[in-house]
Design a protein around this ligand. Structure first.
Ligand SMILES: [Zn+2]
Length: 480
């Protein structure tokens, strides 16, 4: 019933040539913040998207011009087809603690996150969770992601393995934490280095997978570990770096105490050699102009995580200042601080955050940021982010509207931006019809009305831990 069962083969193997009919929408440039400029949006209503036997986009033609008999045709007429969405910061090991009540960042890590991550020492648990996470991304229309697993090498292997079976573009790496974390989540410099070297050798550059050097944040790595992380980047060109920066004011104050010699939180990473054009830094709320200039000079990007920032009460991201400083900004769910894997809900939350700052985020800018913008920031726009001929066919098809209220609003939209904005604010994963990864269907909404999504794979086993396993660990922040 579901092609993904047979679709676990490597992406290099030939697939039937396919054609999808829908309203095609992608971007050829950055629409900019503020007033929507339709020039950068490429809207081709009622067209066929052609996908070749290698899973790449082969062309586009009008809906009335049907492809020949050697194309497998899927008619989604009236639906919206976009490039697959890109989530540049999400924690695969935090699905269990999504929507946990009543904490700010540091307390939230200690009470909820660390206990959940500790369970990933068990390889079987790590594998089951990684499969569920990858399926979850696809069921929300996300086809590429930059992901934090846990400190355990098994969690990294599990995640790369799950992404490889699905043919996904995924960037991840072992979390580095050698201080200020519970005993069962702490590594040390030598062990962490050896594990990273071995994971890089095993996975980096394999099919669509890339390794990221992943210090959790400056507080949980010693200066020696941060230096080791910088040396890894120096030694392995093409490897990414991901971390958190300036999410919350208490965190920023703590970093200033831990690194009195640094000019700023971001400067800690700069001194360790961690900032470059493949660096992805989550949040970046409490930064100043000098930090933004440093980000722009280094080519690093900020993964803006509005849902998480609202949920944890971390602050309102200054997107305008980032744009003025020409810093790359991408969008991220940051589950489990964020409350949904949906990049559509993330875009809607980004609009709300900017509205509170007096800035209007257009639907063009939001969707651009979650597709071509993220691909450019990750230096992957030759592969993903648009419907250009030759790009890998990571695509999603959506209902423009679902339910009477949204359909009524959609019918009244006077132009493309109005329609897309209503979609961005009112739609969610329930509007998702299908997700293709490298030309293969990896998610398809069930046609029955049960509402349950189908991934074509067996459900993960019930979690092996008991509810009382949570909360027994405490973070050691003795020197705060
Ligand atoms: Zn995060």
């Amino acid at each position: 019933m579901h092609p993904s069962i047979g679709g676990r083969a490597l992406i290099g193997q030939a697939i039937p040539r396919r054609a999808l009919r829908a309203d095609l929408l992608d971007f050829t440039g950055d629409p900019g913040l503020g007033t929507p400029s339709p020039g950068a949006a490429r809207h081709r209503p009622d067209h066929w998207l052609l996908i070749d036997e290698h899973g790449r986009i082969a062309g586009v033609q009008p809906g009335a011009q049907a492809p020949g008999p050697d194309w497998l045709c899927e008619d989604h007429r009236g639906g919206l087809l976009t490039p697959g969405l890109i989530d540049t910061h999400v924690h695969s090991v935090q699905l269990d603690v999504i929507a946990s009540y009543g904490a700010e960042l540091l307390d939230w890590l200690e009470r909820y996150t660390f206990p959940a991550e500790a369970r990933h020492a068990d390889a079987a648990h790590a594998r089951a969770q990684a499969e569920a996470f990858a399926d979850g991304l696809l069921a929300h229309g996300t086809t590429a992601a930059v992901v934090f697993p846990s400190v355990h090498a098994a969690s990294v292997d599990a995640l790369f393995g799950a992404a490889q079976r699905l043919g996904m573009r995924l960037i991840t790496g072992k979390v580095l934490m050698d201080r200020h974390a519970p005993d069962d989540l702490r590594d040390d410099v030598a062990e962490a280095q050896a594990q990273c070297e071995s994971l890089i050798a095993r996975w980096h550059g394999t099919e669509r997978l890339a390794f990221a050097v992943t210090p959790r944040f400056a507080a949980t790595s010693t200066p020696e570990q941060l230096t080791m992380a910088g040396a890894l980047l120096e030694r392995h060109s093409g490897v990414y770096m991901q971390t958190h920066v300036a999410e919350n004011r208490a965190e920023v104050a703590w970093i200033a105490k831990l690194f009195p010699e640094a000019r700023s939180y971001l400067d800690v990473y700069q001194r360790a050699g961690l900032l470059n054009e493949r660096a992805v830094l989550a949040h970046g709320i409490w930064l100043d102009d000098a930090d933004r200039a440093l980000l722009a000079d280094s080519g690093a990007q900020i993964a803006h995580s509005p849902s998480s920032n609202l949920f944890l009460g971390s602050g309102l991201f200054d997107w305008q200042a980032m744009a003025d400083a020409r810093v790359h900004v991408s969008l991220a769910s940051d589950v489990g601080g964020g409350t949904s894997l949906s990049m559509l809900r993330t875009m809607a939350d980004a609009y709300r955050v900017q509205a509170l700052r007096g800035v209007r985020l257009s639907a063009f800018k939001a969707l651009y940021t979650a597709t071509l913008g993220a691909a450019r920031a990750l230096r992957l726009d030759h592969e993903i982010g648009s419907l250009d001929v030759g790009r890998v066919a990571d695509v999603t098809v959506w209902d423009w509207a679902s339910g009477a209220v949204a359909r009524g609003r959609d019918a009244l939209a006077r132009d493309l931006h109005e329609r897309l904005f209503a979609w961005m604010m009112l739609a969610d994963e329930r509007n998702l019809v299908t997700t293709l990864v490298a030309g293969r269907t990896q998610y398809k909404r069930r046609s029955d009305d049960s509402g349950a999504p189908s991934t074509g794979r067996p459900k993960a086993a019930a979690p092996p831990w008991g509810a009382d396993a949570a909360g027994v660990l405490g973070a050691d922040r003795g020197d705060t």
